[in-house]
Design a protein. Sequence first.
Length: 310
Amino acid sequence: MENTPLFWIGFNVFVLAMLLLDLLVFNRKEHVVRMREALGWSAFWITLSLAFNYLVYRTMGRQAGLEFLTGYLIEKSLSVDNLFVFLLIFTYFKVPQQYQHKILFWGIIGALVLRAAFILVGAALLAKFHFLLYVLGAFLVYTGIKMASGGGEPEIDPDGNPVVKFLSRYMPITRQMEGGKFFVRKEKLLFATPLFVVLVMVETTDVMFAVDSIPAILAVSRDTFIVYTSNVFALLGLRALYFALEGLMRLFHYLHYGLSLILIFIGAKLLIAEFYHIPMLLSLAVVGLILLTSVVVSLLLPKKEKPAAK
């Protein structure tokens, strides 16, 4: 496997082909994604990701293989927080279940494009300005502390979203859903539907999450190919993971604190890199242990429901 422009093109063609196969063949008709189907697709994407990880290991070496796996694990775990926000958005807008798959599909297409730009720009800056590594480390530590102190209860405020405000100011929006359409034409005017507003919310939310996740993966590897491919494979399985965990996400209430610890650990690793190098295998073990502990503690100590107001 060579990190050449031709291979980059081939990889992206493969990803596009898989997405088109998903949209035009397996999910051509809008339907409610059941648990069994979601688990099957989750297993497929995870297996495909691990197979690619093995290919990286065999062709690029042990270090590259560990970097890919660590980056994939970090992005996958941070995605759970992302999925929880998607759940809140769908609940807020009362999006029917049969349309949620379509929104997540196009949301991930946009996320792939935006994250590719973030990765290329971020890697170029880190390569040119070495001191930015310390800025990045401090940012990750700060983000981890802020995430832990936030309590893990994000709020959805469409009226405060600048992109949604811009959209509603310059484009008419229908009051009701128009089936699975993002746009409809009425009286020769093009209207956006509430479904398109939800897509905009999902995209802008993902951009905010990318501000945390992309620096975390760039802190693990400086190889743009490793960073990009691990991010892509984590995103490809995001929709299936959402439907598989939809009913369980609220149970993992301590996972939020586990993710904050991971960001703090990765940031601290960067800050002390000049004095002590933490091996990649140890980093992978720490990330995995934190994730496992937060999930187990969440299941052993379920969150107490607040008493209903009389």
